[in-house]
Design a protein around this ligand. Structure first.
Ligand code: NAD
Ligand code: WQD
Length: 366
């Protein structure tokens, strides 16, 4: 039995594809829209390989409101949206801020307008820990709770912050408008999910992160060192006030992160909280050296690195206080950092060309 229908924007991307899988496994119907700017449609077959069900894929740019309208018209049963589609490279956002505002902010505006026209009232939004900026500027804000004042420090973070406000204003107004008409407006809900650092792959080795250009994040870069595509990892700074001098992040297994979306959506549908922000992280910080050690252990050999200066814009510590999501959503992480590293390595070894190759044989033959 289908429990509901979800439009997943950016659903062929890294987090979107795992969330589409989690939704199908929880018996939702899933329709994906993505313009393949940073992803491959081959992931659709991989999702089907794992769970035996296929999401519908529609090539659509979220900045084209008319195309979004057509999607909602074709799939009039869609009653929820999980919105991942965005540009996400922090450095690039400083070079091309208008592109980031166009896709991330204007694209979301098109999406919200199209949802409104088609009476779709629940939205789960991919926000980011980056909206907090440097939380170490406040006393007692590490690990970071949702109440920490927001203060993004780069254009990408500014777009996420802007969209959080846009969604909040929209849902608040829709609820108020419904009340004026004598209704309770409880169908209008939004989850602002602030992710920390997603990590890992599917344990089968069939699905994982497949960035189209040069990776920007630590783990995909370490994976490239492990397969010899990169000589060594550059460690950005060993003069932070941490146990070993390197910066601290909260690395969350992609399976926990994607399940967090399914759980948050279910909460919106049953508890009608209005607009609510939740951190999705483990609550445990790891340094860059911890990560090199953990990934080296998964690979079975010490991976080479050298220390460089700090990367501009980096902060000492982004570790989540995830107790709100633990209490209110009943969600807790279940997978360890070691599993994330082992799964990432399995994916990397099995799929040197990412999704641009056939899936690993053993899996298909099972
Ligand atoms: P990703 O690049 O793998 O996925 C984003 C998807 O959006 C891609 O498939 C891309 O093709 C698609 N897309 C881009 N522009 C589009 C457009 N105009 N129309 C339709 N589709 C478009 O990135 P991801 O890591 O899966 O991130 C998903 C979301 O989570 C993003 O909103 C990102 O900002 C957010 N986020 C990511 C991280 C992270 O570290 N990966 C952390 C926090 C938040
Ligand atoms: C992790 C740590 C680096 C690369 C970014 C975005 C954030 C969110 C997640 C989207 C840092 C260090 C990295 C390298 C290194 N994305 N590092 N050498 O910066 O925590 O977060 O992705 O919302 O908004 O800012 O992730 O993986 O780039 O870095 O030493 O070659 O690894 O300095 O301490 P980050 P990251």
């Amino acid at each position: 039995m289908v429990v509901g229908s979800v439009l997943v924007t950016g659903g062929t991307g890294y987090i979107g594809s795992f969330t589409a899988l989690a939704l199908l496994e929880a018996d939702y119907k899933v329709v994906i829209v993505d313009n393949l700017y940073n992803s491959s449609p081959a992931v659709i077959d991989r999702i089907e390989l794992i769970c035996g069900k296929k999401p519908e894929y529609i090539n659509c740019d979220i900045t084209d409101e008319k195309e979004l309208d057509k999607v909602f018209e074709k799939h009039s049963d869609i009653d929820n949206v999980i919105h991942f589609a965005a540009l996400k490279a922090v450095g690039e956002s400083g070079e091309k801020p208008l592109d980031y505002y166009h896709v991330n902010v204007y694209g979301t505006l098109c999406l919200l307008r199209s949802m409104k026209k088609h009476n779709v009232t629940n939205i789960v939004f991919s926000s980011s820990a980056t909206v907090y900026g440097d939380a170490t500027r406040f006393p007692n804000m590490i690990p970071i709770p949702e109440e920490c004042p927001l203060g993004p420090t780069n254009p990408y973070g500014n777009t996420k912050f802007t969209v959080e406000m846009m969604i909040t204003d929209h849902i608040t107004a829709e609820r108020a408008n419904a009340k004026k008409e004598g209704k309770n407006g409880e169908q209008f809900n939004a989850a602002l999910l602030r992710y920390f650092n997603p990590a890992g792959s599917h344990p089968s080795g069939v699905m994982g992160e497949d960035p189209q250009g040069v990776p920007y994040n630590l783990l995909p870069l370490l994976a490239q060192v492990a397969v010899g595509k990169r000589e060594k990892l550059k460690v950005f700074g060993d003069d932070y006030k941490s146990k070993d001098g390197t910066a601290i992040r909260d690395y969350i297994h992609i399976l926990d992160l994607s399940r967090g979306h399914e759980v948050a959506l279910s909460h919106l549908r049953t508890q009608h909280p209005g607009v609510r922000a939740w951190n999705l992280g483990t609550g445990k910080g790891s340094t860059v050296y911890d990560m090199i050690n953990a990934f080296s252990a998964a690979v079975g050999r010490k991976l080479p690195y050298e220390v460089e200066g700090r990367r501009p814009g980096d902060v000492l510590d982004l570790t989540a206080n995830a107790s709100r999501a633990n209490k209110e959503l009943g969600w807790k992480t279940e997978h360890t950092l070691e599993e994330a590293c082992a799964d990432l390595w399995r994916w990397t070894e099995n799929n040197p060309q990412g999704y641009r190759q056939e899936p690993p044989k053993e899996f298909v033959e099972k």
